[in-house]
Ligand binder design. Sequence first.
Ligand SMILES: Nc1ncnc2c1ncn2[C@@H]1O[C@H](COP(=O)(O)OP(=O)(O)OP(=O)(O)O)[C@@H](O)[C@H]1O
Ligand SMILES: [Mg+2]
Length: 224
Amino acid sequence: MIEAKEVSLIYPDGTKALKNINLKINPGELVYITGPSGSGKTSLLKLLIGMEYTSEGELKVLNETMDKNNERKIRKLRKRIGPVFQEFKLIDGRTALENVMMGMRFLGIAPGKMKEDAENALKRVGLEHKIHTLVEHLSWGEAQRVAIARAVARKPVLILADEPTGNLDHENAINILELLTSFKDQDTAVIITTHATHLIDGVKDATFVRVNSGEITVIRSEVG
Ligand SMILES: Nc1ncnc2c1ncn2[C@@H]1O[C@H](COP(=O)(O)OP(=O)(O)OP(=O)(O)O)[C@@H](O)[C@H]1O
Ligand SMILES: [Mg+2]
């Protein structure tokens, strides 16, 4: 599903954000990317969704080579990825349902089916009572659930979430992580960055990618 060989990412200003990354991720894997602020977690996710391109090495995501010369295919590939990123903010002035449906445009789904899938996604994240609420009237945690519904309504095979717990309190943060990991199945991998390692201590059957100054260490926890 993901294969990185000797991948580096150097930003235009010369910052070497990722150095010689080797990583293989299979369908059905739950992956936590951890590491201090500035270590390269978001940069790694950006490579996986094609918001940045590798400077060195080779990266394949869902069998596509993630490089500039492959942009047309990468645009298609993105339809199979569900991103939960700060960069993809919800649209104010629109309801939760409208926001989720906007994430499903261009997928070629019939409008009626799109609405039904969007409603189901909002139910799945526990927001059936807020379907018609404007997103700016939601709490941060509720808005994050809408963002998750928007990501999963398109039935992605790869879910990428960047710091999805923000600064939620412990209980709500755990709930968000449990919600996200509930979308893992035999075809679907879930990848989550967090610097809140206390939230994921002892999680079984997961892959931990520890990032330190752009270098990674991969540890797989035992199956629980
Ligand atoms: N567009 C950019 N141009 C130049 N440098 C960048 C850019 N984006 C990130 N960086 C730098 O790359 C390094 C890795 O940043 P990144 O955002 O991946 O860290 P992070 O692990 O996600 O941190 P945080 O936990 O604070 O979100 C940092 O040194 C950062 O300053
Ligand atoms: Mg980050």
